[in-house]
Every structure is written in C-alpha cells, then in structure tokens.
Ligand binder design. Structure first.
Ligand code: ADQ
Length: 810
C-alpha cells in the first residue's frame, strides 16, 4: 500500500532543497491525513529549515527575527504554507464530518430497527415467539433477507436465546452482552467481518418481556464516509492548488510589475505601468527611491571629490557616463578668443583677461559643444562661417564658438549700462553707487532674448545642457526654458550676490530673480552667496524654499541653488626655472637679484582693492624704512570697461596714487610701485607669479578670485606668500594664505611685511597645503560637481515625468 510521502531528497549546493513527493493513499484516511500533517511538519522542521542553515543558503531574517522562506523557490513559498494550513483544516474537519455522518447513520438504523420491531410484533399478533417459534423463525429469516441486516434474534426475559435467524453472525454473543452493546452510544460491535449496529428492542409494552435483537451491517456507513472523506480531501487539495496557483500568478505578475516599475524609476525611463496597481501603490516607494537616489548621488559626489585629481579626460568620461554625451551649450558675454585686426591688416587672436574665460575654457575643451558669446573683436566677422561659428582653440579646435553681434547702442545699454553700471556695483559691496536706467534695462532684456534665441537655434536636441554664465544673462534661463522646457539649464553667477536689502534697490529685482529661477541649477561660489539669494527670493516671490535640499520651487519649476567654488585648470608640463623668471622680472624693473617683489594681477577694476593695495605698500615702507630700496610692488592691471566714467576716474586715481607713492619713497633707479596697465599673456603672467616673493589679492569684494589660485599653481618651488582678502570667495578655501582685511591699510601693511620676512620653512608649509587644495579643487572638479548634479536632476525629472504620465493614464 502507498503511503503519503513528501520529503527532502537532498540540499542543493546553494542550499535549495530538492523534494520528492509520493501519491497519498486516501483509502487510509483519516490516518493518512494525520500522517500527511506529520510528514509535512517534520519535512519543514527537519529538512527544509536545515537546508536554510546550509552554509551557502542565505536565509533572510526579517526585522522581528523570524526566519523567512526566501531560500525556497517562489512557487513553494506560497504552496508550502498553504498546504500546511489546508492539511490542518482537513485534519480537523474530516473527523468531525466522520462523527456527524456516523451519528446520522446510527440514528437512521435506530429508527429502522424500531420499525422492524413494530412490524415483527404486529406479525406475531398476540402470541409471543416462544409460543409460535416456527412463525417467529420465518419472520426473522425474512428480515435478514435485507442485505443490510446481518442477523436477527429473540432474547427471552431470562436473557437466553429464543429464536435466531439462520447464520446469525454473533453466535458467540450472549443476550446480556448484546444488551450492553445496544445501550452504548453509538451502539456498535466489532464483528469478525466488520462493524455492526446493535439494536435490542422490546416486542411488547412490557419491558421485562422478549426482545428483538437486530444486527445491521455498518460497512456501508464506513464506505460512505470513506467516499465523503475522499471528496473532502480532493476538494481541499483542488481548492488549495487553485488558491496557490492564483496567488502565485498574481504575486508573480505584481512582483514583475513592481520590479519593472522600480527598475524604470531607478533608470528614469521606460516606466511600465505595474500590473494591476494604480499609482497610489507605487507612490510610497517613489519618495523612498528619490531619497535613495539623492543619497547615492551624494555618496557618488563624495567619491568624485575623494578619488584622485580631476582631469579633462575624467570630465569627458563623466559626460559620457552620466550625461550620455548630451549636447553642451555655453552662453557668456565674453568670448574666449577675440580676433583683432592689427594696424598692418593682419588678424591676431587675443585671450581676454577674464576669470570666467580662465575657468570655463578648459572645461569646454574637455566637453566640446558650442560656446555662444558676443563677437567683440574687429576681425570676428571675418573669421566665422555662415552660421557665425568658428572652431576653437585655433591650435587644436575642439568646440565651436558662435558669435552674436551687437550694435554699439545695444552694447552700451546692455553691457556697459545695465550689467556693469547697474548689476556689477549692486552685487559688489565696493561703495560705488549702481546706476539703473530704463533704457539700459530694455537693451539688457532685448540682448538676453537675442542670446536665448541663439541657444534655441543652436540646440540640436530638446534637452540640451545649457551653461549660462554670469550676471550679463540673468533673464536667459527663463527665456530658454520657455522655448526648451526640457533643457537642463545650469546658471553660474560669477560675482557675489548681495543681501536682500541691498538687492531690493534694483527696480527690476523681481524680473531678475524670476529669470534666474528658470535655471535647473543656479550656482554661486560660496554658501554665503546662496543664502543671500535664497533670502532675496523669499522677500520678493511666492516661492517654496526647501532649505534641506537647497531647492526653490517657483511656478511649478524647481531650481537647485548650490555653491560650486570655481577654480583653474592645474598647469601641466614643465614650468620655466624660477631663477630665470626672477631675473627676468627684476631686469624689467631694473633692480638687483635680491630685490623683494610682491605681484598683483587684476583687471583694472575698483572692486579689486588696488588703491588699498598701493596704500598698504606705502604704510609698510613707512613702518619699515629698511624695505625702501629693497622692495617693490609689480601691479599688472588689464584695462577693462574703460568707456565707463567710474572706471576712467578709478584709473586716474590709481595713476595719481602710484605717482605719489613713488615720489615719496622712490630713489634713483628704484620705484616702490610698478603699474603695468596692459594686457599680458598667460605665459608671462605665470613667469611673474614664479618671480615674486608674495602675491597681493586685496579685493574689496570678489566672487572667488582666480589670481590667487594661479599664483599658487605657478609655485611648484613651494615658495612665495599669498596675501588674500577675506572678502574674496577663495578665502574660505585657502586658510593657509595670510588672510587680510583690505579696508584696514595698517593690517594689510603688517601682513605684507610678515610675508616678505617669512621663513622659507613656513613658506613651504603654507604653500604645500595651498597647492594640494587648489590641485584637488580644480576647475574640472567644479564642472564635474555641477554636471553630476545636472545628471541627477535630469534623472529625477525623467522619473517625475514618467510618474505624472503614469498618473494621467486612466
Ligand atoms: P574676474 O573679476 O575677472 O572674474 P578673477 O577671478 O581674478 O576676476 O580672474 C581674472 C583673470 O584675468 C585671471 O585669470 C587673470 O590671470 C586674468 N588677468 C588679470 N589681469 C590680467 C592681465 N593684465 N592680463 C592678462 N590676464 C589678466 C569674475 C569674478 C571673480 C571670479 C571669476 C570666475 O569677479 O570673482 O573668480 O569671475 O568666476
């Protein structure tokens, strides 16, 4: 005979159980049911669970500590618990059903026996069986013709047999025993060939008289209840299998839907509408996923910052991996290469003195793409193609420079007027009153629209990455966003952002802030500038500011406002020998080899603290007369915005001051201040940096200041001291410089003296630390930080677009 069998054949190498299962024999139920339950329980406790403890199995422990069924194949995870529950239900139900049916059959047989007794009594009439034994015998034999009646007999009042049917099955039983069995509940007796129902009923109203004994065959009851059990068990098994199958299918499909949904969310694309679930079911994980993505990106950024030094190659590979080679468009006022026609009719290429160009140009070399800028050179029109484009850098073209042409009137209003007489002094606390003219603003707006249109026409895709540079284009982000809603617009504000009260004097403050909030990312140099901008938004607009995530949501669009400290490209290749540089510069100013020199390199701008610098030199010489004849400041100042009155006046004041100081402390063959108010090429500037004993950066207010970083990068000899204004953004990053307050002329003078007399060991220690910072935080890291954030934002926007598309689906 078969027995129920379910067991473990072996544990696989990975800990998964391999089962065998034998067909259950229902004929043995209910015994088989209990066997079945036992087998299943033992199977789980002794075989499957040990498999989970297999060295290579990875059982998952839920937070509350209970073991999970993760180590089982998915179908079994549903089937096994269900099987257990169903077997338990069968184990409890089948005996109850058995009892019930038995009780009903016993009751039926009791009634039947009583009917037969009544009929027998009536057939006997007034006589008792002992009086007419032959008649009684005939009647009894007729009764047992019924196949269910096994035997019938008459017991006398003395407890002896009077008459019995032929082949009475319980010949060995005496009347007293049968009477006892008949009183039992249920009244059953085990006979050699099966179970029998025993009934013993009086033939007359006289209870002490003869009694009819009837033995009914119970095997049919047993057969029927066996059939009932079989059907019940089949029903349970079928029901269980159907439930398990349906659950499994739904679980599989739901799981696949979730998986596809979550995977698509993580990829930010191809979000499949998960099977049978509305968006509400996905919503709880969306926030979690967003959080996870943020965390991942933060970790990634930490890795980006921690790992090695950023190089153009690394930036290129980041563009490929994170932005999938997306299109990059830069917009700035100043072009990186200016074609000028010389007096001899030749075309020469100039590199402008601009911190923006210094920083962004190496990034563009690495990224390729298009740079849109104002074509300001006299030969610019002669060098572009019909799309107004020219490939640059001239020596090794790697990106396109697209020029936008401006009329003199436009340039006067937009650039000199609103940008440089309005926004520049507004954003720098340099005590020069900003000038706001409505006509300048109109030009500013119109020129911004021209550049925004140039971006839109240059874009080959619907979602380019647009890098908008500086305060000349505050309105461009919004204007581009209107035409290219899916563009990723990174705006970088290269100058400081004033506090909200100062900014509020601008008549078009709201328009400017609104324009900037068209950006996807708005970058400043320092957290301080970010804070000022956020406060300005708070005062001016109804926007939702999320300090925790540094985001501002305005008009349904979110802008990330973050600080990205700008830097320079770390120089590659060998530099000219320091001795040669020192000699060259000293020969230029006509002094000896031991002469001490401080260098200053700036655009000729009133924010750079040039007056304060020269005044500090005078005070230093006054306080340390031994330095007279031994020390000079070499100030290289590139003329800038010379058409503006404020700049012309400043130039004159500076010239006058330099003359005064030189007159006061100068000697034959010695000038304490040398002012070279001309543009110098980058190679010459590097030689000057290497030749100097100190570098003076005395900005009254500055976004970052790249000159100090250039000086540090040029000093691979680990000599030279940097004096750095605390009002330059770089002061946060470079605490090993001598940090000064340029408004305190005396303190600056003392710091200059300290720099000139600093020991070589201290110079080396400070310079080593400064170099490591600038080498690490180079301009490629600056760009990488923004592009990683842009990639993350693009990813999030894709996810949100998919979710809202999903939400709109019926
Ligand atoms: P700038 O105000 O232009 O930049 P800065 O960062 O110091 O100031 O950069 C000046 C650049 O011009 C340097 O690369 C320097 O070498 C070059 N330069 C200066 N004088 C020169 C000369 N005579 N000849 C040739 N080149 C000369 C603005 C903000 C800064 C911010 C940068 C970058 O005002 O705070 O650091 O953008 O974001």
């Amino acid at each position: 005979m078969h027995t129920v069998g379910l067991g473990l054949r072996r544990c696989r190498d990975d800990g998964a159980p391999v089962f065998f299962m034998r067909k259950p024999d229902f004929s043995r139920a209910p015994a088989d049911i209990s066997i079945c339950v036992n087998v299943v329980l033992r199977f789980i406790l002794k075989t499957v669970l040990p498999c989970a403890r297999h060295p290579r199995a990875r059982p998952f422990h839920r937070p509350h500590g209970g073991p999970d069924l993760k180590f089982l194949p998915l179908p079994l995870r549903f089937f096994l618990p269900l099987l257990c529950v169903l077997l338990l239900a069968a184990y409890i139900t089948v005996p109850i059903v058995d009892q019930l049916t038995l009780r009903w059959f016993v009751k039926d047989l009791d009634t039947r026996a009583s009917l037969i007794t009544t009929t027998f009594s009536e057939s006997m009439g007034d006589t008792s069986p002992p009086q007419r034994p032959a008649h009684a015998q005939t009647l009894l034999d007729r009764i047992v013709r019924d196949e269910r009646v096994l035997g019938a007999g008459i017991c006398t009042s003395e407890g002896t047999w009077s008459v019995r049917s032929v082949g009475f099955p319980a010949a060995g039983f005496d009347c007293a025993t049968l009477a006892q069995l008949a009183r039992k509940r249920p009244p059953l007796a085990q006979l050699p060939y099966g179970l029998a129902h025993v009934a013993m009923l009086p033939l007359s109203a006289d209870q002490g008289g003869d009694q009819l004994v009837l033995l009914h065959d119970m095997s049919f009851v047993e057969r029927r209840s066996q059939i009932t059990r079989q059907y019940l068990i089949i029903l349970f098994v079928v029901l269980g299998s159907v439930i398990a199958l349906i659950t499994l299918i739904i679980a599989q499909l739901t799981w696949r839907g979730w998986l596809a949904g979550v995977q698509a969310l993580l990829r930010g694309e191809g979000l499949v509408r998960p099977f049978g679930m509305g968006n509400r079911e996905l919503m709880p994980v969306v926030e979690e996923l967003r959080g996870m993505l943020r965390e991942l990106e933060d970790q990634r950024r930490v890795l980006h910052r921690a790992n090695n030094i950023w190089t153009p190659e690394r930036l290129r590979s980041l563009l490929k991996s994170d932005l999938r080679g997306d299109e990059i468009i830069v917009v700035s006022n100043r072009e990186p290469y200016i074609h000028e026609r010389t007096a001899e009719g030749q075309i020469k290429i100039n590199r402008p003195a601009s911190g923006l160009v210094t920083a962004v140009e190496p990034v563009m070399r690495a990224c390729s793409g298009i740079w849109i800028a104002h074509g300001s050179g006299s030969a610019d029109r002669d060098t572009v193609d019909k799309l107004d484009q020219v490939a640059v850098p001239p020596e090794d073209p790697s990106y396109q420079l697209k020029r936008v042409w401006l009329s003199e009137e436009e340039e006067a209003g937009y650039y000199f007027g609103f940008a440089n007489e309005g926004l520049w002094p507004l954003c720098h606390i340099a005590h020069v009153r900003p000038v706001f003219r409505a006509s300048d603003w109109e030009h500013y707006r119109a020129v911004n629209q021209r550049f925004a249109d140039a971006v839109v026409s240059a874009a080959r895709t619907e979602d380019p990455v647009v890098l908008v540079q500086d305060y000349h284009f505050a309105l461009v982000p919004r204007m581009v966003r209107e035409k290219l809603p899916r563009a990723t617009i990174i705006t970088f504000w290269h100058i400081p952002w004033p506090n909200s009260e100062s900014f509020s004097i601008c008549p078009w403050r709201s328009e400017i802030v609104d324009g900037l909030l068209g950006s996807t990312i708005l970058g400043f140099h320092t957290p301080y500038h970010c804070k000022h901008f956020t406060e300005t938004v708070d005062h001016l607009l109804e926007a939702n500011i999320e300090q925790e995530h540094s985001t501002i949501t305005y008009g349904g669009h979110q802008t990330l406002v973050k600080n990205y400290p700008i830097s320079i490209a770390w120089p590659e290749g060998a530099m000219p020998p320091v001795e040669a540089c020192r000699q060259e510069l000293r020969e230029r100013i006509g002094v000896g080899a031991s002469h001490l020199i401080a260098i200053g390199v700036d655009r000729f701008d009133y924010t750079k603290g040039l007056i304060e610098r020269v005044s500090a030199v005078a005070v230093m010489l006054e306080r340390h007369p031994d330095m007279i004849g031994r020390f000079s400041l070499v100030q290289v100042a590139a003329p800038t915005r010379s058409s503006l009155e404020e700049y012309r006046t400043f130039h004159e004041r500076m010239d006058k001051l330099v003359q005064d100081v030189n007159a006061r402390f100068g000697q034959p063959g010695y000038q304490p201040v040398h002012l070279f108010a001309t543009h110098h090429d980058a190679v010459t500037l590097q030689r000057y940096y290497r030749a100097a004993d100190a570098c003076m950066v005395t900005s009254l207010h500055d976004g970052m200041n790249l000159v100090c970083k250039e000086f540090i990068a040029a000093r691979d000899d680990e000599r030279g001291v940097l004096l750095l204004s605390r009002f330059a953004g770089a002061a946060d990053e470079l605490p090993d410089a001598l940090i000064i307050n340029p408004y305190s002329i005396e303190d600056t003078a003392d710091a200059l003296h300290e720099a000139l007399t600093m020991s070589e060991a201290e110079q080396r220690d400070r310079m080593r630390s400064l170099r490591s910072t600038v080498q690490h935080n180079n301009v490629y890291l600056w760009a990488a930080d923004m592009l990683v954030d842009a990639a993350r934002t693009r990813l999030r926007e894709r996810i949100e677009a998919r979710i809202s598309a999903n939400r709109k689906e019926p």
